[in-house]
Design a protein around this ligand. Sequence first.
Ligand code: MG
Length: 387
Amino acid sequence: MKCNAECASPNTPAPVVGAVIVCAGKSERSGLAYNKVLYRIGCKTALETVLDVFARTPVSKTAVVSSAADEDNIRDLVSPYRNVTVVTGGSTRAESVLNGLKACPCDIVVIHDGARPFVSPEILINSIISAEKYGSGIAAVKSIDTPKRVNRNGVMTAIPRDGLYNAQTPQTFRYSEIMSAYSSVDYGACTDDAEVYELGGFTPRLVEGAYDNTKITTAADLIKAVPRSCRIGVGFDVHRLVPGRKLVLGGIEIPFEKGLLGHSDADVLVHAIMDALLSAASLPDIGVLFPDTDERYLDVRSTELLKNVLGRITEKWQIDSVSAVVCAERPKLAHVIPKMRDNLAEIMNVARDRINISATTTEKLGIIGSGDGIASDAVCLLSEKSI
Ligand code: MG
């Protein structure tokens, strides 16, 4: 066993830390017609996301290993990044890593998959510190599932889970040691760099990885990788208060000497909420959908219109929250707000704590303050149900 446990003295200059990012895979299991490191996660590709995380670590030079077919694309993509070179891969992952290592001489080298974009700077830095101190730092997480060995006839044999870990990348090494290992062993059957290192006579050492530091491999991984799109909507409405009308707010009839004037029941709170929902979903507002010239909507309960709006948005969107404020000098609304929330939560089929309503006055200012009308503002947050 070769010694790899020497610690750097405090007077030693800081080691040069390089990185090899492997992007030369065929991406066959992902179902994509192109290299999965070019898959967009939000506004950036997986590879750019990885490079952005590396930029927050001591890594000062990087070799990105690409297949010959993707080299032009990947060269364009990495051109804004400093000290990043593109190297042609080999016919196996191990050969690709070796090509990257040769192109990136340094003291400590981080080897990472280009399709593992959720790595954190902390894991990278911990693996570098471990490699400086012990010679290597291999990110790994404790096995959660119970592993079994299965023979050709489907017969299972238990494997004790105690002490079992799943290795990830980054896998970080003293450059001289991993180069020595790659130069001296038959790495053809090795499935990761820690195995090559171990075969070379060195001792791979664990650093804690993370369960979300996953590698994009299958089509399902691609779907999980894309953050759900969220949209905010805003709505506002005001109606005049007049005698001889029922006052309906949030679908609840409130005893009062006046009611709101309108073509429908003039439920100003539900109108603001509907416009917020429609706005978030980029749909036309209620004035367009339910015009006051249409006899079908004469005296209609606004909660019925709300059900119509929900029918338009809920196939694509999930309602994450609605927050509204009713602005009225009179009547006082605090006691009726819980009923409004219950009613709207039931109609919208969302948890009660996702519907919030507050009430305020305008300190007797303006048409609201004079008691001539009631206004309402609403905002909502929708999230896309699937990509
Ligand atoms: Mg209205």
